[in-house]
Structures are given as C-alpha cells and as structure tokens.
Write a protein that binds this ligand. Structure first.
Ligand code: S3P
Length: 170
C-alpha cells in the first residue's frame, strides 16, 4: 500500500465515525477521530470551544491536529465535516492517506443529526442549516479518491467497498 492511512471525509451525519470504527476493526488499525482529539487537546467540548474561542480558532487547532496525526501510518481517521475546507488539509490527507468521501441524501442527514446537539454549526433550524451548508459545500468533498453515497447502504457494505477501493487504488 502506497499511502498508509484511510481518511474519512464528508458532511456531518454521513457516517464517518461509525464506518470508521468498523473499518478500523476490520483492518486491525487504530481509529482516530479528529474532533475527539481536539477535545482532548483543548480540554473542552467542540460546542464549548466554538462558543468560547470561535470557529477560526477551532479551524486552526483542527489543521494542527490533522497534520500531526497524518505523520503516522496505518490508522483510520475520521475528520469533521469542515476539515476539507482548507487546501492545506486536503493536500496532507491525499499525500498520506486514501481519502474516502461519504455522502448521504439531505433528508437522511437531517434525520441523523437532528437528535444530536453537539454540532455548533447546526444550531437553530436544523433543516435550514443543513440545506445552506450542503449547498456551500457542494463540491468540497470532490477531491477524494473514492466517493460513497451511504444513504441506502449498511455499514458492512460500506466497509467492503472501502477495502476493495483501497486495493484498486494501489
Ligand atoms: C463541523 C463538523 C463537526 C465538527 C464541527 C464542525 C463542520 O464534525 O468538526 O462541529 O464544519 O462540518 P462532524 O462532521 O463529525 O459532525
């Protein structure tokens, strides 16, 4: 394998963390969640970090953590939905990993994120916020090596597709 990590990117609610956990188990690689590492490093939850220091600060820490994590090999890495907005992050991900973009239908995303209040960018009218952000980020995930629409797929199928894709990409 030429590029050693698997990096999951995609909009909020597309299944990056749950697929990542299962894939890591299958590959017997560690699973790393960038948001979780940010929370550990900063000693504060993501919503509180956004609230106290703002999104720009969060994005700076996010980039730092991504760059650090990408120095290691053989890890499954789930990134936050906005991690791909910085070109520098995208380049790092492509250089040191297979980048897999997960997507889902808007209605599916809304249903998945509705019950979770840990997403500062979705506060207020969730349907409206998801619609606006999806439109803004329409092409944000196009740079990935492989794209998978998870709407109708089980986690096991998605993991199979990623493993097959990794072999084909080599
Ligand atoms: C964000 C997505 C979140 C988290 C933060 C910002 C985004 O991660 O990083 O709330 O900009 O899309 P998930 O995609 O895991 O929800």
């Amino acid at each position: 394998m030429k590029r050693k990590n698997v990096v999951l990117v995609g909009f909020m609610g597309t299944g990056k963390s749950s697929v990542g956990h299962l894939l890591a188990k299958r590959l017997a690689w560690p699973f790393l969640d960038i948001d979780h590492l940010i929370e550990l490093q900063e000693g504060i939850s993501i919503p509180d970090l956004f609230g106290s220091k703002g999104e720009d600060y969060f994005r700076r820490v996010e980039s730092q953590v991504i760059h650090k994590v990408m120095e290691q090999d053989k890890q499954v890495i789930a990134t936050g939905g906005g991690a791909v907005l910085a070109e520098d992050n995208r380049n790092k991900m492509l250089k040191n990993g297979y980048v897999i973009a997960l997507s889902a239908r808007k209605e599916t995303i809304i249903a998945r994120v509705k019950l979770d209040h840990n997403r500062p960018l979705l506060q207020g009218n969730v349907d409206e916020r998801v619609g606006i952000l999806l439109e803004h980020r329409k092409h944000a995930y196009d740079f990935a090596d492989l794209k998978i629409d998870t709407t109708e797929l089980t986690k096991d199928t998605i993991v199979e597709m990623i493993i097959n894709g990794m072999e084909a990409l080599d």
